[in-house]
Ligand binder design. Structure first.
Ligand code: GTP
Ligand code: MG
Length: 197
């Protein structure tokens, strides 16, 4: 599936502007700068399909990408970005949370956590929201290239323990790097299983 062409087809700035529900959708969520846009590029083998940036708060809309006519990937704005203007932040975080709560075609959320960074309350708040909305989420560690293997293994064990405490969390926690491609085949396989046949 991930060898198929992937194209950007819609950007939504407001919850009443979403594209009509059609293909199964996978949304990529997580703190600002965690690597959501980079992961979409890594999974689909594109360099700049989703716009990534070292400036946190880069993605401010819901960006929809169609993959092989069988799956939609949704790049979401990040949460937890302290420096954004309050009104702007509330707008884009509200958009993200409304989407996660109410989208009928949403099959799964890939919730990203930075391998180098402590898990924050905003992360566990997002998990609690997904529990309440009964949306299955898979925790994925990003930037695995930036952490030594023993530290990465400890982090993975910590996140697996966290997944066991959340009813909507998928038990498997993957470690990935968009820089080296580590973990991409495993994540592609997990997501391809959710696509339209
Ligand atoms: P927002 O749209 O602001 O919420 O951010 P995002 O989660 O989409 O992050 P983005 O993909 O824009 O990446 C943020 C920064 O992290 C960029 O400088 C990327 O180059 C860097 N980055 C992303 N993935 C990796 C990775 O696997 N390894 C390393 N070392 N850096 C990465
Ligand atoms: Mg982004």
């Amino acid at each position: 599936l991930f060898a198929q062409p992937c194209r950007f087809f819609f950007a939504a700035q407001r919850i009443d502007q979403l594209p009509p529900p059609a293909l199964p959708e996978i949304a990529f969520a997580g703190r600002s700068n965690v690597g959501k846009s980079s992961l979409i590029n890594g999974l689909t083998g594109h360099k700049a399909l989703a716009r990534a940036s070292s400036t946190p708060g880069r993605t401010k809309q819901l960006n929809f990408f169609e993959l092989g006519g069988r799956l939609t990937l949704v790049d979401m704005p990040g949460y937890g970005y302290a420096e954004a203007a309050k009104a702007v932040k509330e707008d884009w975080q509200g958009l993200m949370f409304d989407f996660l709560r109410g989208r009928p075609t949403l099959q799964r959320v890939v919730l990203l956590l930075d391998s180098r960074v402590e898990i924050k309350k905003t992360d566990t708040d997002a998990m609690a929201l997904l529990d309440r909305a009964a949306v299955i989420f898979q925790l994925v560690l990003t930037k695995a290239d930036a952490v030594k293997p023993p530290k990465l293994a400890a982090k993975q064990a910590e996140v697996e323990a966290l997944a066991r405490r959340h009813p909507a969390a998928h038990p498997e926690v993957l470690t990935t790097s968009s820089e080296t491609g580590a973990g991409m085949p495993e994540l592609r396989a997990a997501l391809a299983a959710l696509a339209e046949p």
